[in-house]
Write a protein of this length. Structure first.
Lengths: 188, 190
């Protein structure tokens, strides 16, 4: 019963990947390559690359990729449903608790100190991306390796967002187009 | 009444579809886009709620994007809203992955795709830092030393020491519990 196996495997991936995509990668590898042999190691590397290059959560990308390969569209649906089912249940519970008890002093205290921590996490994620833009993935902080075109693009995008409140999606699309244009004239 | 509700559901679904189709690179990216859409543009949530939902989405198992969609969906339109938001979030990656997995080597090795993606990295960094500057300034203006300390410590822990996000969330939550028990109510006005 391959659909059930897919569903159960991705259910475990959804249940145990706490803290976002990078926690999901080792779980996907263990379920799909080591336990079930649905993918070879090199296919798994392809999956990781594609997941990085395309939008969407890594677990959902992985579920679609593996499900399609193993059992077609039904497989993709079964695997994806498996990986989001724990979220649907647990996070709905959290939504209920939050709505009902958010005024309690204890929860207020917890949320009050979680908020600045979340701001820090978002800022760190943004700065890491900026470093990646500035120095490439090697991350050697050498001045002669600065990717000036990427940095200039970042500065223009940041200015458009802060000063002119452009829509983020418009900014992203323009940056993509600018990347192609800069590449074609050989400076990117 | 009925059409208003349908309109809300459609807005939820289409906003998430749009956001999900364009957000590369991890859960925090999509959360910043959601903040721009649901807080700044539609005013369905206030900033505090969005931060709370981000913390909850991050602490629960599963993809942050899906978790955040569940929370915003429930808040905006109950159970149906939750379903609409989740469908909007997962359909684009499913469609894109299905298309790409048919000819992925061609896609992965294409020069124009690589250039566009590199350009978009600059855009993503700008979007995230734009939102984090706004949120960070707000914490600074709150002038509560414990919140500033939590923000600084969390930043150092994740950026310099690469400590697992779960531990950071747990520590911040523990500090919040401690504050509440001490009766300082420092978080109450957060």
């Amino acid at each position: 019963m391959i659909l059930l196996q897919l569903f159960l495997s991705f259910l475990q991936i959804g249940l145990f990947s706490i803290g976002g995509g990078y926690a999901a990668i080792p779980l996907i590898q263990s379920q799909t390559v080591e336990i079930h042999g649905w993918l070879t190691q090199s296919q798994f590397m392809d999956l990781a690359t594609i997941a990085e290059m395309t939008p969407g959560p890594i677990a959902v990308n992985g579920a679609t990729f593996v499900g399609l390969r193993v059992a077609g569209i039904a497989g993709a649906a079964a695997a994806t449903f498996g990986c989001i089912l724990p979220s649907l249940i647990l996070v709905s519970l959290l939504a209920f608790i939050y709505r009902k008890y958010r005024e309690l002093p204890l929860l207020q205290g917890v949320l009050g100190s979680l908020r600045p921590a979340v701001v820090a996490l978002i800022s760190a994620a943004g700065l890491n991306m900026l470093l990646q833009v500035a120095f490439g993935s090697g991350r050697a902080l050498a001045l002669d390796q600065v990717q000036w075109a990427g940095l200039a693009l970042f500065a223009a995008a940041f200015f458009a967002l802060r000063r002119f409140k452009w829509s983020p999606i418009l900014v992203m699309a323009l940056c993509g187009a600018a990347g192609v244009a800069l590449g074609l004239i050989g400076v990117f | 009444m009925e059409t208003k509700r349908l309109k809300t559901l459609w807005t939820l679904f289409s906003s998430m579809l749009y956001i999900s189709a364009f957000t590369f690179g991890g859960g925090f990216v999509i959360v910043t886009f959601m903040k721009r859409k649901f807080v700044d543009e539609l005013h369905w949530l206030d900033e505090t709620e969005m931060l709370d939902m981000t913390a909850l989405a991050q602490s629960a198992p599963g993809a942050i994007a899906v978790n955040a969609a569940i929370l915003v969906g429930w808040k905006a339109a109950g159970f149906a809203g939750m379903l609409a938001a989740v469908l909007g979030t997962i359909l684009p990656p499913m469609a894109i992955l299905s298309a790409i997995s048919l000819f992925y080597r061609l896609f992965a090795e294409n020069r124009y795709v690589a250039l566009a993606l590199r350009g978009m990295q600059s855009g993503v960094a700008a979007v995230i830092l734009d939102v984090s500057v706004s949120l960070g300034l707000k914490v600074l203006k709150g002038k509560q030393w414990i919140h500033l300390a939590v923000m600084a410590a969390a930043f150092i822990a994740t950026f310099f020491f690469h400590i697992n996000v779960i531990w950071i969330i747990l520590c911040a939550a523990a500090i919040g519990v401690g504050m509440a028990l001490l009766g300082r109510r420092g978080g109450a006005r957060g």
